[in-house]
Design a protein around this ligand. Sequence first.
Ligand SMILES: C[S@@+](CC[C@H](N)C(=O)[O-])C[C@H]1O[C@@H](n2cnc3c(N)ncnc32)[C@H](O)[C@@H]1O
Length: 291
Amino acid sequence: MATDRWAQWLLTRRDGDSAALRARYTPDLAWLRDGVLDRADLAPEDVLLDVGCGTGLIGFGALDRLGPDGRVIFSDVSQDLLDHCRRTADGDERCSFLPAAAEDLAGVADASVDVVTTRSALMYSDRKATAFAEFFRVLRPGGRLSIFEPINRFTLQHRPDDLFGLSGGSPVDDLLARVRDVYRGATEAAERPMVDFDERDLLAWAVAVGFETVELDYRAQIEVPAEPIGDWEVLKRVAPNPLVPTYGEAIAAALADEERERLDAYMTTLAAAGTSTRRTMAVAFLRALRP
Ligand SMILES: C[S@@+](CC[C@H](N)C(=O)[O-])C[C@H]1O[C@@H](n2cnc3c(N)ncnc32)[C@H](O)[C@@H]1O
């Protein structure tokens, strides 16, 4: 059962425990998985370390590409998620499981793995430069690093006030502004590691610890129509990241009953009209070679 905040988010709060929303996220997650693994240049017998493995998106994707002598080390700070991955692995002897933070991979020997991957995990570390040094240390010469991270600083710079990409000109702007303040007040310190870097830092950290052949693919979007609002009751059960309340929790903290009803009525009407959310975000894939 999910208990810690990381497991709770990946298993229920990311998609409001809705099968429909989970299905809607599946193609995006497959794109992320393939983007990381395509850049890792896997050989069938490689040993791959996935840092911050979560439910195993990258690790199990890698297993599908590796041969019988390949191996995947699933590592995470969440024991609940490692247990989840162990159950999913169902006895596959190519899998091992390591409790570890990105910035301290002491359980992995120097120059012992062929590939290090990490997807949307580095952003939670408050010692990212140290994490890069650890990635370099555990890779053997000729080993590859393949990373994906959202660049949340971009969102903060371009559309800090948006909630669902709806802000500005709606009759519930006053209510949305107060819900946003809950996120700001309650989570600013916890979220700081998520916004204290950008794609240039990723490049600089990789180069500083000695990686070569460093390549970065960057994509940025401002107010691009994204997924529909869908079922508002489901969306209220969603949290935008593991460190913050769900939209429903933030609404409950910010608004009185009558105000909640006003927001619910407006959002339900918008959802029924098929209105899309709008996405402002930037993302980066980085790959590098240990000489
Ligand atoms: C957004 S999830 C991504 C999970 C997975 N990589 C994926 O692609 O689905 C973030 C993961 O990072 C893990 N995490 C949080 N802080 C970490 C740290 N300092 N070092 C390593 N992993 C961390 C969490 O437990 C969680 O599994």
